[in-house]
Design a protein around this ligand. Structure first.
Ligand SMILES: O=C[C@H](O)COP(=O)(O)O
Length: 350
């Protein structure tokens, strides 16, 4: 077993300018799961958890090298940006959400790009749709109806999002209610206090209960990484959630003071890699919170490609949790076509 999270051997980096392999074609596949085996869950291995160590400065150095590098250009960039759209969990998680806002978000999900941009890019035949629409439980039914016929799944944030501190039974019932209303993905929040007190057994047991309540719906475990104090805690919590059956691990609710960052992502991605090496199971990754620019999205995609390979850049293994990223991607695509940036009102979200 490889004991060092940070210093595991890295796969070769791609050449600058290389596009994700047949990015646009894969975006067109109605189901990109390619025989994906769902995480069955494993016994809690406290020895393994105890072996996890993160070298924070090595993590920051490596993550810093991603943003500093030249990004993909020209047509390759357009292909990466189209791919990025298929990886977004198009999200609205505001206390003033209304059915009308959720319906408008779903209308945007049906047509994520303006028709003139689609035509100029010549991608009208491709299935460029977001990975999911992500809402509070109260709006699951609205979203399911508004997305009818598209195949776009609805993801619900459950378990007393964003704090996750309601009674356990209440949280479990919330998951069941969201699944009953048609959510195919459930984003749960873990109790950060369990990580801070190193209560790995408690975290594992809760996560297993959440997974059981989800049934066939896929479960994403939100760690609230900005509140976990250390990268070693982030890495250990990632492992415990994966052992308990998480389909995805996700950084943040978007409501913490610090949300997704590249160093934290690296700590989690390395745990996904280690878990895969040990179990053969592929776990998805979802950075969330504050990812609003196309450039940032490209950095995350480069990190995934370099650490886990192109294979992981598919909606069943990677998502952005983002409420405003699509707007910037659309602007950048238009800029790539025309050389001009559009005014915000030309790219309305909701
Ligand atoms: O899970 C998704 C996040 O709440 C979205 O955060 P954001 O609004 O900063 O993009």
């Amino acid at each position: 077993m490889n004991l060092r999270v940070v210093d595991q051997p890295k796969p070769a980096a791609p050449k600058d300018g290389a596009a994700p392999d047949d990015a646009v074609q894969k975006a067109a596949a109605p189901d990109g799961t390619q025989g994906h085996k769902r995480n069955p869950g494993f016994p809690l291995d406290l020895d393994w958890v105890g072996q996890v160590r993160v070298n924070r400065s090595a993590l920051e150095r490596r993550a810093g090298s991603i943003g500093a590098r030249r990004t993909v250009k020209k047509d390759y960039q357009l292909a990466w940006l189209l791919k990025a759209i298929t990886l977004i969990d198009l999200t609205t998680l505001n206390s003033d959400d209304t059915p009308g806002r959720v319906e408008r978000l779903c209308a945007k999900a049906r047509h994520p790009l303006r028709q003139d941009i689609v035509e100029r890019l010549g991608v009208g035949d491709l299935r460029i749709l977001p990975g999911a629409v992500c809402v509070y439980h109260a709006f699951v039914k609205t979203a399911v109806e508004a997305l009818d016929g598209t195949g776009i799944p609805v993801a619900a944030v459950s378990t007393a999002f964003p704090h996750g501190l309601a009674p356990l039974d209440t949280r479990l019932r919330e998951i069941e209610a969201s699944v009953k209303d048609g959510a195919r993905e459930i984003d749960i929040v873990i109790e950060r206090g369990m990580v801070l007190t190193q209560d790995w057994q408690g975290l594992y047991d809760q996560m297993k209960a959440f997974r059981a309540a989800c049934g066939e719906a896929h479960i994403k475990a939100i760690l609230g990484t900005g509140e976990l104090a250390t990268q070693t805690n982030v890495a250990k919590a990632s492992l415990v959630c994966m052992l308990a059956g998480a389909d995805f691990i996700k950084t943040s609710t978007g409501k913490e003071k610090v949300n997704a960052t590249l160093p934290t992502s690296l700590a989690m991605i390395r745990m996904i890699r280690w878990f895969h090496e040990e179990t053969g199971i592929e776990i998805g990754y979802k950075p969330a919170g504050g990812i609003s620019s196309a450039k940032t999205a490209l950095d995350y995609m480069a990190l995934m490609k370099e650490e886990l390979g192109t294979h992981w850049l598919e909606p069943h293994l990677f998502r952005f949790g983002a409420s405003s990223l699509l707007t910037d991607i659309e602007r950048q695509l238009e800029h790539g076509l025309t050389g001009h940036y559009a005014a915000d009102y030309r790219m309305p979200m909701v």
